[in-house]
Design a protein around this ligand. Structure first.
Ligand SMILES: *[C@@H]1O[C@H](CO)[C@@H](O)[C@H](O)[C@H]1NC(C)=O
Ligand SMILES: *[C@@H]1O[C@H](CO)[C@@H](O)[C@H](O)[C@H]1NC(C)=O
Ligand SMILES: *[C@@H]1O[C@H](CO)[C@@H](O)[C@H](O)[C@H]1NC(C)=O
Ligand SMILES: *[C@@H]1O[C@H](CO)[C@@H](O)[C@H](O)[C@H]1NC(C)=O
Ligand SMILES: *[C@@H]1O[C@H](CO)[C@@H](O)[C@H](O)[C@H]1NC(C)=O
Ligand SMILES: [Ca+2]
Length: 552
């Protein structure tokens, strides 16, 4: 009888194996907030990230991949495939009491994946607006949401400016005070995975709160980094360490989930008898031919081959560069979060999955965070509707084909001059400037200057180099009016070629002008005191201009 059930398992395995081949992949999109270019182990960091390193090594590392320099804009590119100049989110980020968000006329990635038959879940940070319910995740394509709406908050108390921001779907979660967010989110992600019915493909959007400030982590993880003297850096290391553990837990649960649910739903059906007969036949044949009969353990291995993980595309990306003040570093790249220099926008990222044809490689092809939208919906079998700025880069990632991209608009965020921008100065005075990458070259215009920030644990080793850049952790003053870098030859942006190559400057300036013509006015709005009134009354950040009722 024991053997008998193994036969059944085996048959199910074979059926699933065949079914899997044509099924759209499960997609797990993991975003690490403010993760620095050089902070993960596979970039040479001292921070311990064994799970991330292994997945990166087994997958494809994206070495020439760009994001936007801040949270809201990058997240908007993931959801829409559009450059922020086309959604109105190109300037700064949404603050808790500002009444705007990702415009409702853009169909989001989860909405499109839902059309393609996906189960869509989100765990973590939203940061794309919540002033009305219709802007929140469960109204924008996610079947479930567990996380927070605002830009940042205490990792233990889940409070932003002293007010709670934590929800399960639309309902306040008030009993998690003291539980670290990475633990909460991991537990929820694992639950989503284990409860997922694999008759539908899964889309899990998992934007962690880590490693964004406030710089906090459970003491046990901080203690692992006693060799890092600087306390901010030590705690940041702990924050990344726990994310690595989280990713280990999430991938392990993907390795377990899937067949059990399928097995349960199939068990009730009559053709299980047929399955067993085929199983018996198979084993009888092995017996007759004197071939070894697989042991229970081996059979289990075959059965579990059909877990979610075996058809999962796992994407790992930062949303912007590291912020040295909060312990994140982009060394040897220049600049930091908020800057259009490489340290702000060159994103650390990799993809992993059995559907990749060429793995264990570093892709040098030009890629941008807007590319996920068309790439993923095409993989899901749904041709994109509407215009996007991203490209379907699947062949590039999967087989190493040249990127369909020749250029990336990094952003256009110039201080207001025109009339329509007047009054915007009070919103957020920091303008990033404009930048564009075309093939090897990158042009920067009107960008706040920035320097090279070296992680403190590297000081002793390379004293000579650092003494040269010893304005450590202070934002260098001044503006880069115009600068041109050959990023392929000079990824650290040391050698400004704008004087030497004026024709190249002009060519790239024309491309910037081209994009400028299609830019929409930034949506930024002054803060609204009503947001505070409602938040204080409900003791949670909540939509305050509610036009739609809560979702049942
Ligand atoms: C990972 O799983 C282990 C075992 O269940 C748990 O103790 C640990 O807290 C989890 N890690 C995170 C980051 O939640
Ligand atoms: C999974 O979904 C299918 C199709 O909707 C359904 O028939 C089946 O009962 C579900 N299985 C479980 C275990 O919920
Ligand atoms: C530690 O590093 C942070 C930035 O990561 C910096 O602001 C702080 O001044 C450093 N502290 C010391 C004692 O060097
Ligand atoms: C920008 O900062 C760098 C590094 O500190 C410095 O070498 C350069 O002169 C500055 N450029 C401008 C235009 O201020
Ligand atoms: C940029 O650098 C690369 C690599 O050194 C070189 O092949 C290319 O010709 C350079 N491009 C320009 C426009 O100078
Ligand atoms: Ca961020």
């Amino acid at each position: 009888m024991v053997r008998f059930s193994w036969f059944a398992f085996f048959f199910i395995a074979v059926v699933l194996e065949t079914a899997n081949g044509s099924k759209p992949p499960n997609i797990v999109l993991t975003v690490i907030d403010d993760l620095g270019w050089s902070d993960v182990g596979f970039q040479g960091s001292v921070i311990h990230t064994p799970n991330i390193n292994r997945l990166a090594a087994e997958g494809v590392i994206l070495d020439n991949y760009y994001v936007q320099p801040m949270c809201t804009p990058t997240r908007s590119t993931l959801m829409t495939g559009r450059y922020p100049i086309h959604t109105g989110l190109q300037h700064s980020v949404i603050l808790p009491s500002q009444p705007y968000g990702l415009p409702l006329n853009f169909k989001t990635l989860p909405e499109t994946l839902q059309d393609a038959g996906y189960a869509t879940h989100m765990v973590g940070k939203w940061h794309l607006g919540f002033f009305e319910w219709s802007y929140t995740p469960t109204y924008r394509g996610f079947e479930s949401f567990y996380g927070f709406y605002t830009d940042m908050e205490d990792h233990f108390e889940h409070e932003r400016l002293g007010i709670l921001d934590l929800r399960d779907d639309t309902l306040p979660v008030r009993d998690k005070d003291g539980t670290y967010s990475a633990n909460l989110f991991t537990k929820q992600a694992v639950q989503v995975i284990m409860e997922h019915n694999s008759s539908r493909p899964l889309f899990l959007y998992l934007p962690f709160q880590n490693v964004h400030g406030p710089v906090q982590a459970p003491q046990k993880y901080i203690d692992k980094y006693s060799f890092i003297e600087n306390k901010t850096r030590r705690t940041y290391a702990a924050m990344l360490d726990i994310v690595d553990e989280a990713i280990g837990n999430v991938t392990r649960s993907l390795e377990k989930a899937g067949p059990v649910v399928w097995y349960k739903s199939v068990l009730s059906k009559a053709y299980i008898v047929g399955a067993c007969l085929v199983g018996i036949l198979y084993f009888k044949t092995l017996n007759l031919l004197n071939l070894p009969i697989p042991s229970s353990a081996e059979t289990w291995k075959i059965v579990t081959k059909n877990v979610l993980w075996d058809n999962t595309l796992f994407i790992f990306t930062t949303d912007n560069g590291g912020r040295p003040k909060s312990g994140g570093y982009n060394w040897p790249l220049r600049g930091q979060k908020g800057s259009l220099l490489e340290g702000g926008v060159r994103g650390v990222a990799f993809v992993h999955g059995p559907m990749l044809k060429k793995t264990g490689v570093k892709s040098k092809e030009l890629l941008h965070s807007t590319d996920w939208y068309p790439t993923l919906i095409n993989l899901a079998g749904k041709k994109e509707g509407g215009r996007v700025d991203g490209f379907d880069v699947w062949e590039t990632i999967s087989t190493g084909k040249p990127s369909p991209r020749t250029e990336i608009l990094l952003n256009i965020d110039l201080a207001p001059k025109e009339k329509r921008y007047r009054g915007m100065e009070s919103i957020h005075p920091y303008y990033q400037g404009a930048a564009i990458r075309v093939a090897d070259m990158k042009l920067l215009v009107s960008c706040p200057n920035s320097t090279w920030f070296k992680p403190p644990e590297l000081y002793n080793k390379e004293m000579v180099i650092i003494s040269f850049y010893h304005f450590q952790n202070s934002q260098v003053k001044g503006f880069i009016e115009v600068a041109l870098y050959n990023i392929t030859a000079d990824p650290t942006e040391h050698n400004d070629l704008s004087q030497k190559l004026p024709d190249v400057v002009q060519k790239l300036q024309e491309r910037l002008e081209f994009y400028k013509r299609s830019a929409v006015t930034p949506l930024n709005k002054p803060t609204d005191s009503q947001a505070w009134d409602v938040a204080r009354k409900d003791s949670i950040w909540t939509p305050w201009r509610s036009t739609v009722g809560e979702k049942a």
